[in-house]
Design a protein around this ligand. Structure first.
Ligand code: CP3
Length: 343
């Protein structure tokens, strides 16, 4: 029988939904911290296939989730395009920036990224050969707008102001950057699928800051282009889109982009999403990660209420955003048991 996640993404309503967690491979696990310290730093861990495969598999061993997500980062693509990318402990990413035509012209061409990203493909091959037969393997990339916000600002900034400013002041340059990222993302995700990813996910973490027409041009359209290109090469590989904080614009997003499933953030009311988003196909989400810190009755109650809201159609149980470092593995077990046993 096909893997539960793949059945759900094909539109099937399974007895209980498949379950996995955004950022499941990471700092809430002591075994992750141990492997990370062996690697040295975060980027070294991403680029060492044996260790990246190990941390991809750690949450599967511990929890038996229905999907493993590749251990990597959305900022490996800017790194492969030639920017300098560093992760500063406790302070997040720092990148050299793209703010001029010369900066853009200095980026490596889309096909040149593969040599740099070869370790990521190796990680997928290793994980693919070591996964339990019921577990699906998810590859991913950042969506062009979200990746551009980091490349323009050189770090994460509230409101993504530098990217909005470049978009307003140098629209041709900004559009060319989005185009370059769209092409590179198609090449990157295609190669991930060829290396063993059975599903791919596009993280558009900052989609919510795109207002009016901009949402259409910079969130919907690049996603549609990526999905269309992937489907022409890999028609059977489902795509999950995560236009975080899209609000009411979640409605119709799958239909307009061709994505097989949309991932809902924690601000979306599940009853509303069942009516306006799930009617078009599978949805993923959307427990608030804080419940995995607090646990208890509230965790059980909220998990059940999400299950109930989405019970009539295809649903992938997940969090509304990444699991936080202070989450307790006992609470993760409690969430999974609640999902798998309903009552
Ligand atoms: O989900 C997984 O377990 C797979 C691996 C994964 C990571 N990052 C590992 C990581 C995935 C899918 C991502 C996606 C990602 N990375 C996003 C989109 C999702 C989201 O959270 O909105 C974004 C915006 C990034 C960029 C990024 N990476 C930031 C801003 C930071 C620093 C802040 C933070 O969240 O820790 C990272 C670092 C990062 N990426 C860590 C991990 C496990 C922590 C690094 C460490 O200290 O070990």
């Amino acid at each position: 029988m096909a893997k539960k996640l793949l059945r759900t993404l094909a539109g099937e309503r399974t007895d209980t939904p498949p379950v996995w967690m955004m950022r499941q491979a990471g700092r809430h696990l002591p075994e992750y911290r141990e492997t990370r310290s062996r690697a040295g730093d975060f980027l070294a861990l991403c680029y060492t296939p044996e260790l990246a495969a190990e941390v991809t598999l750690q949450p599967i061993r511990r929890y038996g989730l229905d999907a493993a997500i590749l251990f990597a980062d959305i900022l490996l693509l800017p790194d492969a395009l030639g920017l300098e990318v560093r992760f500063v402990e406790g302070d997040g990413p720092r990148l050299s920036t793209v703010n001029t035509r010369a900066d853009l012209d200095a980026l490596h061409p889309p096909d040149a990224i593969h040599q740099h990203l070869a370790p990521v493909y190796d990680t997928l091959r290793i994980v693919s050969g070591n996964l339990p037969s019921e577990t699906a393997l998810i590859g991913f990339a950042g969506a062009p707008w979200t990746v551009a916000t980091y490349m323009i600002a050189g770090m994460g900034v509230p409101g993504q102001d530098p990217a909005h400013a470049l978009k307003a002041e140098q629209p041709a340059l900004f559009d060319a950057l989005i185009e370059r990222l769209t092409d590179a993302t198609i090449a990157y995700l295609s190669a991930q699928i060829e290396a063993g990813a059975e599903v791919v996910k596009l993280f558009d973490s900052w989609a919510g800051s795109l207002a009016g027409e901009d949402f259409e041009i910079y969130a919907v359209e690049p996603t549609r282009r990526i999905v269309t290109a992937l489907k022409s090469r890999h028609p059977d590989t489902p795509v999950i889109a995560f236009p975080r904080e899209a609000g009411e614009r979640y409605a119709g997003f799958a239909r307009r982009t061709g994505a097989d499933c949309v991932a809902l953030d924690g601000s979306v009311d599940p009853a509303w999403a069942a009516r306006h988003v799930q009617k078009d196909g599978p949805v993923q989400g959307n427990l608030a990660p804080r419940h995995l810190v607090a646990g208890g009755d509230a965790l059980i109650r909220e998990t059940r209420s999400i299950l109930k809201a989405f019970q009539a159609g295809p649903h992938v149980f997940n969090l509304g955003h990444g699991i936080t470092p202070d989450a307790s593995p006992d609470n993760v077990h409690l969430m999974i048991d609640t999902v798998r046993h309903r009552r």
